[in-house]
Design a protein around this ligand. Structure first.
Ligand SMILES: [Zn+2]
Length: 95
């Protein structure tokens, strides 16, 4: 997804389980059980041109900063951050 007016391209990779956790899961801290707040991790991995769209309907954006976004949640009580994939594997273990 290219954010308009910001020259930042954000890429997120999600498994089906991770998507289900975002939509339906309870984002509770694995350590203390309190509700966590969304706190994504943004990693810059490249800078260059990004082509958005298809064929002649597409546009090339030049010199775009590319970020890989890892969805994560932060517990204000423990001050710890857990990525979505960590939370997904943790919830598997407790069941
Ligand atoms: Zn906590």
């Amino acid at each position: 997804m290219l954010k308009p007016n910001s020259n930042e391209y954000h890429k997120t990779r999600l498994t089906g389980k991770e998507l289900a956790l975002i939509l339906f899961g309870k984002k509770k801290c694995p350590q203390c059980g309190l509700k966590m707040r969304r706190n994504d991790i943004k990693e810059h991995y490249d800078k260059g041109n990004v082509f958005i769209g298809e064929g002649s309907n597409g546009t090339t954006f030049l010199n775009v900063d590319k970020f890989e976004v890892k969805i994560a949640y932060r517990c204000s009580n423990c001050d710890k951050r857990f990525t979505l994939s960590e939370l997904t594997s943790l919830s598997k273990e407790t069941r």
